[in-house]
Design a protein around this ligand. Sequence first.
Ligand SMILES: NC(=O)c1ccc[n+]([C@@H]2O[C@H](COP(=O)([O-])OP(=O)(O)OC[C@H]3O[C@@H](n4cnc5c(N)ncnc54)[C@H](O)[C@@H]3O)[C@@H](O)[C@H]2O)c1
Length: 369
Amino acid sequence: MPARHERDRSSREDPGGSGSGDLVVRLQSPSTQDDVAAALAADGLSIYAWHGQSRDEFYWAIEKTLELKPTLTLDDGADLIFRVHSTRTDLAKGIFGGTEETTTGVHRLRAMGEAGKLLYPVIAVNDAETKSDFDNVFGTGQSSIDGILRATSILLSGKSFVVAGYGHCGRGVATRARGMGAHVIVTEVDPVTALRATMDGFTVMPMDEAAAAGDVFITATGVKDIIVKRHFEKMKDGAVVCNTGHYDCEINIPDLASQAKTVREVRANNEEYTLKDGRRVYLLAKGRLVNLAAAEGHPSEVMDMSFANQFLSLVRLSREGRSMEKKVYTIDRAQDCEIASVKLSTMGCRIDALTTAQKAYLTDFASGT
Ligand SMILES: NC(=O)c1ccc[n+]([C@@H]2O[C@H](COP(=O)([O-])OP(=O)(O)OC[C@H]3O[C@@H](n4cnc5c(N)ncnc54)[C@H](O)[C@@H]3O)[C@@H](O)[C@H]2O)c1
């Protein structure tokens, strides 16, 4: 566990001295890959992460990261930013700005911005089209299925596969599960999104009904308590339950544990809860993000665009952060187009361009058809 050794390497904890201007990156600790953390540590980065951190250790790691006195923050879930805004407000004046990688973090930061509580500008990297329409859909879609298969080795074909939430991530997972022959059921709260799922050919129903029908369940909502006690009470013997949304709160694990008489690990990232009535429920990756904990996260071929958005946003903040308002900014479409163009060229794909006459036609309101 080489990354764990960082806890004891106090002499290396602040490589650049106080306020060194280093970009501080918080690795997503519950799903850290130790070999990656070790490789980064070997390159001289300060790493406070190891696979399987407890909640207390996770917050310890954030505190240690903030001791580096960052001038830019890059977050994935907003825990680092929240800590600056709660216990380390002294650091805020030294920070040009921050970026946020994921959906739930952006929701919460927008709420903070609208309440006038943000202490520095934040760029919502998640909301770039070249991030959420690719990373969340194709990356989460593929890697979540990968995580389920690695943790269970089940055949998806013929299974009833319940996806909670048909947003970016849920759509990606549902489409891939269908491609592997599963009967996919979607649960939703948004009527337009539920309609889209129905028109895309999926069966839509409330979780209270899906609970009894599913063989495999995956949550992708960003909201807590999607699967709770009354759902576990209805599940089939052998049901597999996992999450690819936010942290570990979408599945209510205390509810599951309260109904269980025994728990044992049957495979890596797969715990069998035997309920008091004898049914067994298999919880993957302790309810944490199954694609990160049980597989390897998204392929680099889709993360390249997310990280291009991160990098360009951090460059902008380092240049303009001091004059930007303390709110959440979205990314300009020009940046999306630039990243998409580069990505297309790496894939050997060329596209057409509007002619001058076509551009004029698009805005011509005088000549009818
Ligand atoms: N696993 C990963 O690597 C990964 C990658 C990107 C995002 N995420 C996380 O996944 C979650 C979803 O992200 P997204 O981009 O798909 O968000 P999204 O907003 O596009 O989709 C979420 C969907 O969940 C639905 N929903 C909300 N509450 C629900 C409920 N009680 N029951 C059923 N559906 C409900 C919403 O209506 C919405 O359609 C977020 O927490 C995000 O941070 C995870």
